[in-house]
Write a protein that binds this ligand. Structure first.
Ligand SMILES: [Zn+2]
Ligand SMILES: [Zn+2]
Length: 344
């Protein structure tokens, strides 16, 4: 099969290669990939900015597909089932995190796309216990967004616990920022603002509008703090979701959140940052970080997709064949698009 492989550590070293179709174990299924999305993780492994990965490894972990082969012990699935899958393929089952229902935090976790072979390929093998059925009325194309949406669900619903009526500001208008903003609306936020900077003005801020987020703000041009103060009678935002990972935006979060408010962090930062930490003390903030997702997030997202409470079809703005991976990665890097998918 064709697969996009990170062949060794360092910047670049991505190659489209012929690889063997994975051999499945008794408790696994073989999945024919239909769509698979490029995530920040894949881009960071491509540019060698991701802390751990084990080359040679096929990249990709956001996918939808159909079961084409069943391991002997797999009884609850059949050939042809349309599925998506949680990422924690290899976990120990015995560490404190596994035993307390957090396999996504397992100390020896290995997931597709960095720890073991991933989804930028014709086929992937997955343990049956991680599978979720795609609702009949949800396309493979949209279902490929289940993983990023589950990560957003974890951050916003499970960790930050957004409340009805909240005034929410989402910093960052990448695919994750846009999904979070839509999810905040669904949760009954009284107002949702999403921010970008000059480079987002031509594409991503417009895309956010198209997805139904009315209040888009270019913070290179508009003073966000003044704006939030005006809209909240000087109180500040109830919840700020940081989806950029960059220092100026993180400090903005401390600036615009209200006293006793919340900051949810989903953006990934590099290195040490110069952050206005004392604002957190004087405002008595709740700050929660979030990564990965849990079973309940996958159920929630597939229910939202299946019942059309959340429609992210327009978030997919670019589709490529695996052979055009260079174009696809450049598109993901130039920030002038929404979600970039490979159609396999
Ligand atoms: Zn992802
Ligand atoms: Zn474990």
């Amino acid at each position: 099969m064709k697969a996009l492989v990170k062949t060794k550590k360092g910047k670049g070293f991505l190659e489209l290669k012929e690889m063997p179709i994975p051999e499945i174990n008794q408790d696994e299924v073989l999945i024919k990939i239909h769509y698979t999305g490029i995530c920040g993780t894949d881009v960071h492994i491509f540019t060698d900015q991701f802390p751990i990965y084990y080359p040679p490894v096929i990249l990709g972990h956001e996918f939808s597909g159909e079961i084409v082969k069943l391991g002997k012990q797999v009884t609850s699935w059949k050939i042809g089932d349309r599925v998506v899958a949680e990422c924690q393929s290899q976990v120990c089952g015995t560490c404190r995190f596994c035993r307390t229902g957090h396999p996504e935090a397992c100390l020896s976790k290995r997931s597709p796309g960095w720890g073991i072979n991933g989804s930028f390929a014709d086929y992937i093998k997955m343990p049956a216990w991680l599978l979720h059925k795609i609702p009949a009325n949800v396309s493979y194309r949209e279902a490929a967004l289940t993983e990023p949406a589950a990560v957003c669900s974890q951050a916003l619903y499970s960790r930050a616990k957004v409340s009805t009526g909240d005034f929410v500001v989402v910093l960052g208008t990448g695919p994750i920022g846009i999904i979070i903003a839509r999810m905040a609306q669904i949760a009954g936020a009284s107002r949702v603002l999403i921010t970008g900077i000059d480079k987002d003005e031509k594409y991503r801020l417009l895309l956010a509008k198209k997805l139904g987020i009315e209040h888009t703000v270019n913070t290179s041009k508009i003073n966000l703090k003044e704006m939030v103060n005006d809209l909240t009678d000087g109180v500040g935002a109830d919840l700020v979701v940081e989806a950029t990972g960059v220092e100026p935006a993180i400090n903005q979060a401390f600036d615009i959140v209200r006293k006793l408010g919340k900051i949810a962090v989903i953006g990934v930062s590099e290195g040490r940052l110069n952050v206005n930490w004392s604002a957190g003390s004087f405002k008595a903030l709740d700050i929660c970080f979030s990564f990965s997702s849990q079973y309940e997030d996958w159920v929630r997202v597939l229910n939202l997709f299946g019942n059309h409470a959340l429609d992210l079809s327009d978030l997919v703005t670019h589709e490529y064949q695996l052979a055009d991976w260079k174009k696809a990665f450049n598109k993901a890097l130039d920030c002038q698009g929404g979600k970039v998918l490979f159609k396999i």
